[in-house]
Design a protein around this ligand. Structure first.
Ligand code: SF4
Length: 591
């Protein structure tokens, strides 16, 4: 962690995590960049530190060092994004306890600004810290910081359109990017994915889904394609390769026509094409993915939506997902909650995306598929709701349509109704067993090659500090006993497990060899028969522990007898010499 000699502002990235605002590594969120952009514009010195770096600092140096560090800052600005941090692979958002600790350790005269959804959530739950010079932002944290730097006063503020562009662009090359631990360098590129804010709000702002906060933002405000392309260009200059277009409640209504007059505004294929092609023109762009889609808009305007879908397939990287918020297939729930889309519209939108998006791209993934979101706990729900949801999923599958992911979320508290746990659990397990399982096998069939898997953890699904040490990143660990977990870069990647260690923070290609509940297993291709380890051999389907041991012993004997230059010429020669039947299916795993 970078530490400054003279006091500077500390920008603490507590990670935001919203469906339309990814910010947990490998993503870098836009709100934290805007904060850095404010400081860049004001020419104020600052350090950017992620909450995981802060945790490591405390682990290594101790709480006293953290207090000393905090007593030497000019101010603290933090975005806290997840009210209850869930399970993450690569980084965990700041918790309320950690936030409290930081506030407690901070000297009273040091200004401190905390913003993000977690702050609002914790406040609603009754958190009310008393400390002078502490401000909890409920509007735009960046605009609030800017106002404080100018006036010395804390006040809830909103950014103007000009400030949005200014801070987005200066944030693009700020320390949130250049000092982000996932950026990597020329030699070893990191998986950093740059989340861009395309617009704010929802076209259903007049009568939106009752549980949603988007309509409260009023009429949607779009950023122009040129503004976004320029921001991403600056990010590329700073070393960014991968981008996700976030901040979109619906990709299809970006700059749509009739937003103020129509229930279903008309998608406008031109600006989104200008944006996507404009981004693709820059050869530095790697993976490009997008955000949500509104199936009712697609279904009501199939012609324009087809044009947009073709543009998406042409310009996005494979593995792209358009999340569709159906929430419920029950007409009663629809009526009670002013929901957006019915089952008929949904199926029509899913058919369109499948028609153009189900072909596979260069990394082995379907190009573009819909995801589907359900919410349990909405008013009007009954046991019949779950049957309707399940029937709809079966109808979709019976038509042979693909869904990349089905997300089932429970909501509770004020404004929602109690969930009958038995109904909910049985719905969930039916979906997992009868829908998700077969889908996973169809999306990632056995034998399919998946390219550029980025290896992130060993022996568990959470990245630990130790995983960044030589023992886990150097090529010497390749093939040793254990499990490696990795994902391809992009939105909603499938978790891939391999039954031996692969150096972390490297990438390789795999062949799918098995399916778990929500993950797959694989084995790398391009294994070298002169050095492949027993564990690597064991991971290949059809080679068990005993055979792998026999092969490795025979190879060692042969090398002892004939010196390394006498190693077997091919894997098949090696297998034959060991009296192990060669199977043509093995060939795909070897160089
Ligand atoms: S369509 Fe989506 S973003 Fe708009 S109000 Fe409904 S849930 Fe919210």
């Amino acid at each position: 962690m970078v530490e400054s000699a003279s006091p500077r502002w500390l920008v603490l990235d507590g990670y935001e995590d919203e469906p339309a605002a990814f910010g947990v590594p490998p993503y870098v969120g836009f709100h934290i960049r805007y904060l850095c952009g404010v400081l860049e514009q004001a020419k104020i010195e600052y350090d950017y530190v992620t909450i995981d770096q802060w945790r490591d600092f405390i682990r290594v140096e101790g709480e006293d060092a953290a207090s000393a560090r905090l007593s030497n800052v000019s101010g603290v600005a933090c975005i806290a994004g997840a009210v209850v941090p869930g399970r993450y692979l690569r980084g965990t958002p700041i918790s309320l306890k950690e936030t409290r600790n930081i506030i407690r350790q901070l000297p009273a005269q040091v200004p401190a600004l905390f913003g993000g959804w977690a702050i609002r959530g914790w406040r609603q739950q009754g958190w009310n810290p008393l400390r002078s010079n502490l401000f909890l932002a409920v509007q735009d944290t960046d605009a609030t910081l800017s106002n404080f730097l100018r006036s010395g006063q804390w006040k809830h503020c909103r950014r103007t359109a000009e400030e949005w562009t200014l801070w987005a662009q200066s944030g693009a090359s700020s320390k949130a990017v250049t000092q982000h631990p996932d950026l990597g360098d020329e030699e070893k590129k990191g998986p950093l994915t740059y989340e861009v804010e395309v617009y704010q709000g929802c076209v259903r702002y007049k009568r939106g889904c009752k549980f949603c906060i988007e309509p409260k933002k009023g009429i949607p405000i779009w950023r122009t394609p040129e503004d976004i392309i320029e921001e991403v260009r600056l990010a590329h200059e700073a070393g960014v390769e991968h981008v996700r277009l976030g901040g979109m409640t619906d990709t299809y209504t970006y700059m749509a026509e009739g937003v103020q007059e129509l229930e279903y505004p008309i998608p406008n294929p031109e600006p989104i094409a200008r944006l996507l092609h404009g981004l693709r023109e820059d050869e530095r762009l790697g993976i490009l993915h997008t955000d949500n889609g509104n199936p009712s808009i697609i279904a009501q305007h199939l012609e324009q939506s087809e044009e947009i879908t073709k543009t998406l397939v042409e310009t996005l990287s494979d593995g792209a997902v358009l999340s569709f918020g159906l929430e419920s297939a029950d007409p009663n729930v629809h009526e009670a909650n002013w929901l957006n889309c019915d089952a008929k519209q949904l199926k029509s939108a899913i058919r369109l995306i499948n028609k153009h998006g189900r072909g596979r791209g260069s990394r082995g993934l379907p190009n573009l598929l819909p995801g589907l979101n359900f919410i349990a706990g909405l008013n009007g729900e009954s046991s019949a709701t779950y049957d309707l949801n399940l029937n709809l999923l079966h109808e979709i599958r019976n038509e042979g349509l693909l869904l990349r992911r089905i997300n089932i979320r429970q909501v509770e508290g004020e404004g929602f109704q109690d969930i009958v746990q038995k109904d909910f659990n049985s719905f969930k397990s039916s979906v997992r067993d009868n829908i998700d399982g077969p889908l996973l096998q169809e999306l990632f069939p056995l034998g399919e090659k998946l390219c550029d898997v980025h290896w992130e953890t060993h022996d568990g699904r959470t990245r630990l500090a130790a995983h960044q040490t030589e023992a886990h990143t150097s090529k010497d660990c390749h093939g040793k006993a254990g499990i490696s977990f990795g994902r391809q870069i992009g939105a909603y990647p499938i978790l891939i497990g391999v039954e031996y260690h692969i150096p972390l923070e490297t990438q390789s290609d795999i062949i799918v060899t098995g399916h778990g509940a929500r993950s797959i297993t694989g084995v790398e291709i391009n294994l070298n028969h002169t050095s492949v380890s027993q564990k690597q051999l064991e991971a290949i389907p059809g080679i068990g522990e005993k055979t792998a041991w026999k092969l490795v012993s025979q190879r060692a004997k042969n090398i002892r007898k004939n010196s390394p230059s006498g190693a077997y010429q091919s894997p098949q020669q090696w297998f034959d010499a060991t009296d192990v039947d060669w199977n043509d299916n093995f060939a795909v795993f070897f160089e």
